[in-house]
Ligand binder design. Structure first.
Ligand SMILES: Cc1cc2nc3c(=O)[nH]c(=O)nc-3n(C[C@H](O)[C@H](O)[C@H](O)COP(=O)(O)OP(=O)(O)OC[C@H]3O[C@@H](n4cnc5c(N)ncnc54)[C@H](O)[C@@H]3O)c2cc1C
Length: 148
């Protein structure tokens, strides 16, 4: 398979950041952009009950990898508070909205990684329209997954 010039990753937690980091390690020339609609990346949701139990506990305690580290040390173009909204699989374009400014951009890609754990359900529109040749959904519940 040809090494992709640009990979887009939707979702910046365990699966998304692992994929993004791995792609950057294997293909240092590939531009990798992660879109995460929330405020944090790479957090251990497993620890959330402890934060609920102890309101004094910082939410940052759950974070494994900070946004700064991902950008500066791993060379990942990370966009927090950006939500993937629409996919044009034929042209290889993902429409993304900046949740703060409301600005919509059309991001082109050679390969797309869909990485929320509930991808087959929460992101059904992405999973069902993106051809297998350039898209992978990584989730224990995904209908298909493959290695880039
Ligand atoms: C309370 C709790 C306890 C848990 N305990 C354990 C445990 O003990 N052991 C264990 O193995 N697992 C546990 N889990 C599960 C574990 O947290 C998940 O398996 C893991 O978070 C999955 O990571 P993920 O990257 O696949 O997806 P997610 O964590 O679902 O991350 C996906 C990200 O994608 C983002 N996203 C979704 N749609 C879009 C979009 N359209 N555009 C941009 N961004 C989008 C979401 O904002 C989210 O941040 C627990 C989960 C919870 C909630």
């Amino acid at each position: 398979m040809k090494v992709p010039d640009r990979v887009l990753v939707v979702g910046g937690v365990a699966a998304g950041m692992s994929a993004a980091s791995q792609i950057r390690r294997r293909h240092p020339k590939t531009r990798v952009t992660v879109f995460e609609r929330g405020d944090y990346i790479s957090y251990g949701a497993c620890g959330l009950p402890y934060n609920i139990e102890d309101p004094e506990r910082e939410i940052e305690d759950l974070v494994v990898l900070t946004a700064e580290h991902a950008r500066e040390k791993r060379g990942i173009d990370l966009r927090l508070r950006h939500e993937a909204k629409e996919l044009d699989a034929d042209s290889g374009t993902l429409t993304v909205v900046d949740l703060d400014s409301g600005t919509e951009t059309h991001e082109s890609f050679d390969a797309l990684v869909i990485a929320p754990v509930r991808a087959p359900y929460a992101c059904r529109w992405m999973v069902s329209t993106c051809p297998e040749s350039r898209c992978c959904a990584i989730s224990p519940m995904a209908p298909r997954s493959r290695t880039l």
